[in-house]
Structures are given as C-alpha cells and as structure tokens.
Design a binder for this molecule. Structure first.
Ligand SMILES: [Zn+2]
Length: 409
C-alpha cells in the first residue's frame, strides 16, 4: 500500500481563489515534500507526479537549490539528450537544532534534514530551576553551533519535554518529572537560539519523527505508543498529530493492565505506569530474583545474553503493554499500532506482545497483525525534538531559509 502523496489542504493548488503567492508557497512545499519522500527524482518527473508545469517546477527548484534546501546529484553517466538531474534534500547546507529538555539532563543535537545527527552534547542541570537549566542548555547549544555548524544555516529549533506542553503557546504547563510548571519557554530563551522555535511534548515529537523517518513511509494513519521511563501514546490521522482539546490526548499511563496490587502514584493499582515502564521492569526483575538489577539496561543486556529470567520479565512487560495496545486499536482502529521505546530494543520477545493483543483485543488476530515495532532509525528524544522543526520546514521551506542562501553564523 502506498502512502498518499499529500493530505488535503497542503498539496499543490491551482484554484483561482488563491492568490499567486499563496499558491506558489503551497507548490513550493509540495515540491519540497515530494523530494523529501522520493529522493532522486528529476524536475520533469516531479512536475508529472505533482501535476505542475515543468516551468513552475524549474522555477521552484531553482529557489530551493539557492536556499540550500535541495541539492542536485550528478547526472547518470551516458545519458543521451538533455541531462536528467536527480534532486534530493540538501543534507550539507542546512541544519536544525533539537533539544530534549530532560528532568535532570538535557540533550542538544544538530540534525540534518534527513534525520541524521551531525553533532550532539548532553547538559546536566539536576536541581536547577527552569531558568538556570535553560541558560545552561542555551550556552551548550551556542558552543555546539560555533564548533559544528560553521558555514551551514540553522533553520530553527525544536524543543521537546515531558508532561503537558501547550505547543501553540510554547508553554510547559506541567512537567511532573522535572517539577516544572507554567514555564514560558520563549521568555526564558530570549531569542538566543535559531528561530523559529517549536516547543512540543516528547511523545508527539516521537510521533513526528516516526511520521518523517519511520512507519510514516508506509502509512500516515497510525497510533504510536512510547514505552520508556515515561509512557504515552499519540494518534496520527491522515498525517496529522492530534494533541487533544487540552493538549493531553493519548494518556495511557494509568490504564489498568493488571489485577496485581501494585500501587501507582495516582492512587490506583495495576496501572501501565507501574507494570510496564522501564522502572517497573527493573523492580520486577529484582522481585523475581534476578539479583542486583539497577535499571532496565541491565535486564536488556541479560536478555540478549539469553538469561531466561530476564527474557520472562520482558515478555511479561510486553503483555502489560499489549493490554493497553489492544484498547488503543479497538478505540482508534489505526492502520498500524507502532510501539517505540525499550520494547523495540528486544525484537526477540516481540511475539509475546503480538500474542497478547490477539488474545485481548476485540479485533483479535486482525488487530494483532497491525502491531509493529518502531521503524524510526534511532530512539533519541533530542532527534525527535529536531524533527518537529523539519516538519515545519517541509510545510513552508522558504520561510525558514535565509534569503541570501547558506551562510555562516
Ligand atoms: Zn496510575
């Protein structure tokens, strides 16, 4: 099954109702997105596939080439007649900055538009307030840009953090892990990072990355479950990420997935948070006699070495995750249910998750057949943060590029 070329509302338009500059902006975005998802096409192929005139595509691609957003690949050797020039996204001239604001440590990354990390740094700030923490992150980002982004243009900054985030207002409403409330990120940044700036929730940033670099290449209709120390889900419908009326859609941490009397911070027992999170895995491993297990990484290592008890603990965790997955599939009926996070690091025990979905979903085996592990290349919250800015660039490329083309900082 093919991914639709575009969703309604962001494709090329030739309607007379649109002013010329609006139409050109939409067509520019359509060309940029098409090259992003189909690298190596020539101008005439792009024109044919998008239903645009060759002259219009030539005009748009020239602007995008000059802006450092596209680049031309060498023409195939031996081609006859007019050379066919394949185009792709420029991964050299342009970068985005990505920041994961963590509770104790933040990650800063410079990423090219193909989703690859170019340079990164970790910034510890345990015990500091939001203002001090952001000052340390900004200083580290500025050093990183000075050292690793010389001669390249920064198209903007994507920031992601845990808890409830009001993206349109760029406010961290409540990040319980960090103890941050009502943090007005723009005020604290004071224009010190490349603009524009997007502030997003971790799980939605992960969904954006999955959409651009993972399962989104197969379908733009999926539910993503993020299972780490934190737990959340995001619905992606027709390529759009739904945040919810109060920016809190996708809360699955307190779905009841077990009758065991394991108490959760919310006051109930058997929540996915206390049965299926990374910390829950470590606690369960100790309870079942796996010895001195400090965190999930240790359990994952033991499982990879073939330790049967470690494998059993991870299989049980997958069953808890599956019970929540079953409910998500029954409610949303997505084409795919994508599982990201630590379960994706042990594909050997994935069968336990699928089997439990088959057993517990109303949709049975049909539902289980739609469960996949994340196909995003790497689980990195700072890369996910950066991907939110890539999405903005694809939606309006020239608004993000410097008019004079690539330049140093
Ligand atoms: Zn709970």
């Amino acid at each position: 099954m093919g991914k639709p070329e575009r969703s309604a509302g962001d494709g090329p338009r030739n309607g007379r109702a649109h002013r010329g500059d609006d139409m050109r902006r939409l067509n520019t975005a359509a060309v940029m997105k098409h090259v992003f998802s189909h690298p190596g096409l020539s101008r005439s192929e792009i024109a044919a596939e998008l239903g645009l005139s060759a002259a219009s595509v030539t005009n748009i691609t020239s602007t995008l080439l000059e802006a450092g957003l596209l680049r031309a690949l060498p023409s195939p050797v031996g081609a006859q007649g007019r050379p066919r020039v394949p185009l792709e996204i420029d991964t050299q001239s342009s970068l985005v900055l990505g920041i994961h604001l963590g509770p104790r440590t933040s990650g800063v990354v410079l990423m090219s538009l193909d989703g690859r990390e170019q340079a990164s740094v970790l910034v510890p700030h345990a015990g500091k307030d939001p203002g001090e923490s952001i000052d340390l992150v900004v200083a580290a980002a500025q050093r990183l840009m000075a050292e690793d982004a010389t001669g390249r243009q920064l198209l903007g900054t994507g920031i992601a953090t845990g808890g409830i985030v009001d993206r349109p207002a760029a406010v961290i409403i409540d990040n319980p892990g960090a103890g941050w409330r009502d943090v007005h990120v723009m005020d604290l940044l004071g224009g010190r990072l490349p603009c524009p700036v997007i502030v997003e929730n971790n799980a939605r940033a992960a969904a954006q990355s999955e959409l651009l670099y993972g399962s989104g290449q197969r379908t733009n209709d999926f539910v993503l479950m993020v299972i780490t120390a934190d737990i959340g889900s995001v619905m992606v419908a027709d390529g759009r990420i739904r945040a919810g009326f109060s920016q809190t859609a996708g809360q699955i941490a307190h779905l009841r997935v077990s009758d065991r009397a394991v108490r959760c911070s919310c006051g109930k027992t058997g929540c996915l948070m206390v049965m299926g999170s990374d910390d829950a895995v470590a606690v369960e491993a100790v309870r079942r006699g796996l010895g001195q297990v400090e965190n999930i990484d240790h359990v994952l290592e033991l499982a990879l070495e073939g330790n049967e008890l470690a494998i059993a603990v991870l299989e049980q965790r997958n069953r808890y995750v599956a019970r929540a997955a079953s409910q998500l599939i029954d409610i949303h009926d997505p084409e795919l249910l994508v599982v990201a996070g630590t379960p994706a690091e042990t594909p050997a025990v994935f069968a336990s998750l699928v089997a439990e979905v088959a057993r517990t979903a109303h949709g049975g085996a049909g539902a289980a057949g739609r469960v996949v592990l994340s196909s995003d290349h790497i689980f990195s919250l700072s890369l996910f943060a950066a991907s939110t800015m890539v999405d903005a660039v694809l939606a309006d490329p020239l608004a993000h590029a410097h008019s004079e083309g690539p330049s140093g900082l």
